[in-house]
Design a protein around this ligand. Structure first.
Ligand SMILES: Nc1ncnc2c1ncn2[C@@H]1O[C@H](COP(=O)(O)OP(=O)(O)OP(=O)(O)O)[C@@H](O)[C@H]1O
Length: 264
């Protein structure tokens, strides 16, 4: 862990999100400590993706406030929030077909660095220099996710787990401080999922804070320092993954009944 001071990097305070008559997030408060991997878990439809969409500014809040490093972000546009240092991946892998692995990652860093597209079209020396720097950055990001040796391959020829790594590399292109991963291990077998967990730890150790929406409870127990459990958009439990899973309300929400010490 890079920071054990317990300093809060991100905070939701009494956040509400309504879609017509549906209250997807209901008076939710949660905080993420800097330099940690924080899990956000809950049954299907609990509001997890909506929370990510609120944090990134894709959705406007219906009430409450969101703070990143003490700066209020719920009034900002998505590009402004991204500019402050928040980046994300999506529940379903979103890569461009026909593009190489390197090109996928370049889309995350080249256009994100204030490059003038007109200058780049004309091939000015400034644009060429920026292109070279972006290429080096993209290669470095591929190294960070263990995919540098696949840079020239088409993304669609990679396995699902490898495509996830490319998505994470692309999300790192904007040099975020907080990375939001929406079900990064969905559709993976245990070994692939565990590899993603290890990658998440490496990213944390390099200074990032990570919020991970995850259905895989054993992965949350293994890789998250803390977590928040929600159900029907409301806070159900928070604390260490173990304490959350042992919480009777969480057990009822997940399993429909309390389990005994043997998991029965
Ligand atoms: N754009 C939208 N318009 C209307 N209702 C929405 C919208 N997005 C989410 N909802 C509703 O909000 C609630 C929470 O959905 P959300 O996708 O955030 O849950 P989730 O916890 O991410 O679910 P899952 O684990 O199944 O992905 C659901 O009732 C959903 O139908």
């Amino acid at each position: 862990m890079t920071d054990t001071s317990g300093q809060t990097i991100h905070e939701l305070k009494n956040v509400v999100k309504k879609f017509g008559g549906v209250t997807a997030v209901n008076n939710l408060s949660m905080s993420i400590a800097k330099g940690t991997v924080h899990g956000l878990i809950g049954p299907n439809g609990a509001g997890k993706t909506t929370v990510i969409n609120l944090i990134t500014g894709l959705f406007d809040v219906s009430g409450g406030t969101i703070l990143f490093n003490g700066t209020r972000t719920d009034t900002l546009e998505p590009h402004q929030i991204a500019g402050l240092g928040i980046s994300r991946t999506y529940q379903n892998v979103r890569l461009f077909s026909g593009m190489s692995v390197l090109e996928q990652v370049l889309t995350g860093c080249y256009l994100g660095r204030g490059t003038n597209l007109f200058a780049s079209f004309l091939g000015t020396s400034d644009a060429r220099r920026k292109w070279k720097t972006s290429r080096q950055t993209a290669m470095h990001l591929l190294e960070r996710v263990g995919m540098a040796d696949r840079a020239d391959e088409l993304a669609e020829t990679l396995s699902y787990g490898e495509q996830r790594r490319i998505e994470i590399a692309r999300a790192l292109g904007s040099d975020p401080k907080l990375l939001l991963l929406d079900e990064p291990t969905a559709g993976m077998n245990h070994s692939e999922a565990s590899d993603i967990g290890k990658l998440v730890h490496e990213l944390r150790d390099s200074g990032l804070t990570i919020l991970m929406v995850e259905h895989n409870i054993s992965l949350v127990t293994e890789f998250c320092e803390s977590c928040t459990v929600i159900n029907f958009g409301q806070l159900l439990a928070e604390g260490t993954p173990r304490a959350c899973i042992d919480n009777p309300d969480v057990q009822i929400a997940y399993f429909g009944k309390k389990r005994d010490a043997h998991g029965h």
